[in-house]
Design a protein. Structure first.
Length: 587
């Protein structure tokens, strides 16, 4: 039986002159262009680049998961296996045993109709590692290893009964269940808030240290790269344009594309003077001024059959002045989006008041409420889900004008063309459909639609979280320019503290439905008084490996001072053998 210290330093994953093309009805698409890359045991290699650069296609070749229209050349090696030489049965045996995958969105990676225990034991049984009661016991041990409390109870639950961070831990538990040589983590933290993200990164770091597992980390988050990676490879249009140790690539990049990526990353602590964006100053406080949005002692509850109501928002009070951007931050489940939906009149308040432009929104009739909504715009997190796929872009943007009977056909078209120019989209997209645009272009369409009625208040719910860093930077630059032009108030909901630091005039921090801290941006983000705010800020990664290492150590010290544990893999050495179980247990 080999020990971790005796394991070979030979690469556990190698791409040698990998080339991938896809045959489509419009011709051949050259997705990956002869790249070479390797991952060694206990090493984290980050593969970074924008959407469409070829990162995920590269990772899928290691698992033999490309579609039938793909044509691959070059050599892909996992351990001692040449992936392209394996038949279907050998590929199934390799997946899990030698290489495992941690996907971006755990809710779609897990089967919603199977319990957590069933999905864990399925992997163990398919690979002949454990059966029956032994598999159940091993599944509970895996959940305990990845830091999920009460594992025996969690085995009986379904994915929707767990939080996002817990679901991602389950995906990691499944990935390590067969003790693979290498794990491919494809954007494993994109959908997570900063504290959960920091816990998952601590867990992955502990995994590679204790099990000597190689990790190929695919991400566009440079803060995550600085926190996790030993080496970095930068992909651009199917080519690796730069690679090297993380300190070299992130601190002293050589290729123009790498420099452009890093220049587009907002940096927590640098405030509003970033990315070459000229900022809009906070509006002056005028005596007797009516706030665009004011919430007073707001309570929102969800009714549950046979159970007491769940209080999602508890006694929240804050305001958004006209021309001001207020950042609403907190972990997932803190009540941010619920407050945004209530401000739009989409869900009712159990008590308290919401005043829009001085008027009590909750006490209005339907006709008056519709008239008031004309003065409010909204930008949703996912433009692909919020844009009607059956309507062309011009009609999507003009739709609020049609609903509120503003203008005639000619004036609406002129307004749409004006806004397309304002959000830096060509007029040619007027008759195109959402699926024909990129993610960044769709988000620009969402912004144009939100502004078509020239609203006085804008509610933006995570509007940049799904975007690449360079696309995000251009959308943020456009956003600040539009705010300067239209002078709208904005409730900006986000878990990205660097973006809030860049945009907001004031910040409101939520925890479990309560406001724990609020004030101007500098005082809240640079000198937080509350323990929860300090934890949030300590968990936010920055794209500098040296500074991020220091911040990680400070965060661990902060957690210890608060009496909390650092997320790590809890392993009993007696359970590690040539696979996840020793030979006697395997038998």
């Amino acid at each position: 039986m080999s020990t971790l210290s005796e394991q070979s330093s030979e690469p556990v994953l190698t791409f040698n002159d990998l080339d991938v093309r896809f045959r489509t009805e419009f011709g051949s698409v050259h997705a990956v262009k002869g790249i070479s890359l390797e991952v060694k045991p206990g090493e984290v290699v980050a593969l970074v680049g924008e959407s469409g650069s070829g990162k995920s296609v590269t990772s899928m070749t290691a698992l033999g998961l490309l579609p039938k229209n793909a044509r691959t050349s070059g050599r892909i090696t996992v351990g001692e296996n040449s992936v392209r030489d394996l038949d279907d049965r050998a590929l199934r045996r390799m997946r899990g045993n030698d290489v495992a995958m941690v996907f971006q969105e755990p809710m779609t990676a897990l089967n919603p109709v199977l319990t957590i225990g069933t999905q864990l034991t399925e992997a163990l049984e398919l690979h002949g590692i454990a059966y029956g009661a032994a598999a159940d016991e091993r599944a509970a041990e895996l959940l305990r290893m990845v830091g999920i409390p009460e594992p025996e109870r969690r085995l009986k639950q379904y994915p929707h009964e767990l939080s996002g961070g817990q679901r991602q831990r389950v995906v990691i538990a499944i990935a390590i269940s067969c003790d693979p040589k290498v794990i491919i983590a494809d954007e494993p933290t994109t959908a997570l808030d900063v504290t959960v993200q920091a816990d998952i990164l601590d867990l992955l770091r502990s995994l590679k240290d204790k099990l000597n597992t190689g990790i190929l980390l695919i991400t566009h988050n440079m803060g995550v790269v600085a926190d996790m990676a030993d080496r970095v490879a930068v992909m651009f249009k199917g080519n690796i344009v730069e690679s090297g140790p993380v300190e070299q690539v992130l601190v002293s990049p050589e290729h123009p594309y790498t420099k452009r990526l890093l220049d587009a990353v907002p940096h927590l602590g640098r405030g509003r003077d970033q990315l070459g964006i000229s900022q809009v100053d906070a509006p002056a406080v005028e005596e007797g001024e009516t706030a665009a949005l004011r919430m007073e002692n707001l309570v929102i509850e969800y009714q549950r059959a046979g159970k007491p109501p769940f209080r999602a928002v508890d006694d929240v009070s804050f305001s958004v002045r006209q021309g001001e951007v207020v950042g609403l931050v907190g972990e997932s489940g803190s009540g941010k989006s619920t407050i945004g939906r209530c401000a739009l009149g989409l869900i009712p308040a159990a008590s308290g008041t919401i005043r829009l432009f001085g008027e009590d929104f909750g006490a209005m009739g339907r006709k008056d409420a519709k008239s008031l909504r004309k003065r409010i715009g909204v930008i949703f997190q996912d433009p692909a889900a919020s844009l009607n796929p059956r309507l062309p872009i011009g009609e999507i943007i003009a739709e609020p004008m049609v609903v509120h009977k503003v203008g005639d056909k000619r004036s609406r078209m002129a307004k749409v063309h004006e806004l397309l120019e304002a959000v830096e989209l060509p007029r040619s997209v007027y008759n195109r459909y959402p699926h024909e645009l990129s993610g960044g272009q769709r988000q620009r369409v969402s912004v144009a639609r939100a502004l078509v009625l020239e609203p006085e208040l804008l509610v933006a719910d995570e509007p940049t979280s799904a975007l690449d860093v360079s696309v995000q930077a251009s959308v943020l630059a456009m956003f600040t320019e539009l705010q300067r032009r239209y002078k709208f108030a904005c409730l900006f909901i986000s878990h990205d503290l660097a973006v809030v630091d860049l945009l907001a005039h004031r910040v409101v921090v939520l925890q479990n439905g309560k406001v724990v801290e609020q004030g101007d941006r500098e005082s809240v983000l640079q000198n937080p008084q509350e323990e929860y705010t300090q934890r949030l800020l300590a968990a936010a990664p920055v794209p500098d490996p040296v500074e991020q290492r220091r911040r990680r150590e400070e965060r661990h010290a902060l957690l210890e001072s608060f009496g909390e544990e650092v997320a790590e893999l809890h392993i009993d050495d007696s359970t590690i053998g040539s696979g996840p179980l020793d030979e006697s247990t395997r038998e």
